[in-house]
Design a binder for this molecule. Sequence first.
Ligand code: AMP
Length: 568
Amino acid sequence: MTPRTENSPTAGFSTLGLDERLLAALTTLGYEEPTPIQRAAIPPLLERHDVLAQAATGTGKTAAFALPLLHLVTPDAPTRERTAALVLVPTRELAMQVAEAVHKYGKPLGVIAVPIYGGASMEGQIRTLKRGVDVVVATPGRALDHIRRRTLHLAAVKMVVLDEADEMLDMGFAEDLEAILAATPPERQTALFSATLPSRITAIANKHLRKPVTIRIEREAVAAGTLAKVRQVAYIVARTNKMAALSRVLDVEQPVSTIVFCRTRTEVDELTETLNAHGYRAEALHGGLNQEQRDRVMKKFRANKTDLLIATDVAARGLDVQHVSHVVNYDVPVAAEAYVHRIGRTGRAGRAGVAITFAEPREQRMLRNIELLTKQKIEIAQVPSVADLRERRLDSTRNALRETIIAGGLESYRAIVESLAAEFDVLDIAAAAVKRAESPAGEKEEAEIPSIAERPGSQPRAPGQRIAGPRPSLERSRPPKPGTVRSRPGELAGIYIGGGRKLKIRPGDIVGAIVNEAKLSAESIGSIQIAERHSTVLVPKDIIDHVITALNSTSIKGKKLVVRRDRA
Ligand code: AMP
């Protein structure tokens, strides 16, 4: 495919038939081209076909249904109280995320989308629904509550989306889904998205979807050995620490010529600006540049006048660069195939290359998808510590000194050493000179950057030591809400929860329960370990009883579970 170089960053979207205002919203967000699931699902949905699609989180599936939904459900003020679209999702976190995405994409259309989920006040939701909303994004249980109370009217619904349908079935919502669908008009359009398509899902599809267009995104086969020469490393860091972690990794790796990939054009611009402000020589490359600007950027990169090329996938396609030492994924790419294309740019012509990926905790599953595709392991590493950085700087200083000594021409400097030698030991003089060379006076102290990769019970690692063994299964879900309990940083203690993988409990469920029920901020929760039949979570020791009481009075994944102090 030829790279798009004109000022039409959403050219890839414009062929899909979406409303101009939606295309404008995508341009503002910096999306350059549709992901595979978007390319496959948007046209049939716009043609009002039912769709059965296999797509996991992180593939861009939300926009795949939200964009056509918004296109078809343009708000109609007088009838707004008659909800026009319903999206059903398994969890309250997803309800909030999807409603936010619908709001974000539908801003220029003035569409009102609200999340409706259990655990929140019924009265507040009733007031919101009464005011009139175009799109309801709901968890099944709460949607049914509102239908039964006649506070949610679905008679005018044109489109229903079942998002993460396999999860909803796993959580025991099958009957609720039946009852909700029965309350919608039979002539509605229905889209079903699911990460997996087991027979229970196809049975639902057969019953409720009319001649659906079935979409499975086939994975491109990755030729054996394609990435063999590439060292693949990932750092799991919170979004807020990503920039600091990138700077640290760049300082330690000291890459010669690097491409940093971002998902959107907006991210490319922001990151380029920040990196330049931090003293790197970075240039942006995205679909918004014209050919001349693009050529200029590439010329500088080839001539080593730029250290870092910050690019979107579209802009980097077809690039002819020979020596890329490092490829950095500032975001995990939306499609696993894009990862292969990105990192295939390094490690060429028999050279060793390095691929570095920054993943947020909730994106760890995407890393696993990539591993499945490439059949290669991505090593999860700790963000280099301040000690690693110092060691690295000392190394370069040592090398530079060696070269300087060999190059000679030191006579005038020897005079300074001789004058000081009358007063001090020569080794001390040399050590002081190294100190000044390594960290000039006035330089800011570096701080440690937390990697989220600690497992309970694990031995403390030496700084920078890589993590081997099982992947830590920690996810943090949301930033703290106002009014949440923030504990002081201090000792953590373990809580035992009598349910695990067998009940399909995931770290996000535990974080969600603690944040919502114990009002603890997500970031004060420590690591979470999910075993077959139980789970453990670390929480600040000083409020452990409060958390246990809160968890004992609620359910996790719809089940009342034993919750107590972890004796281990
Ligand atoms: P999802 O799979 O829907 O959870 O989306 C994963 C992430 O990809 C979200 O942060 C989206 O904002 C982002 N995203 C979705 N579609 C695109 C696209 N076409 N280009 C760039 N980013 C996208």
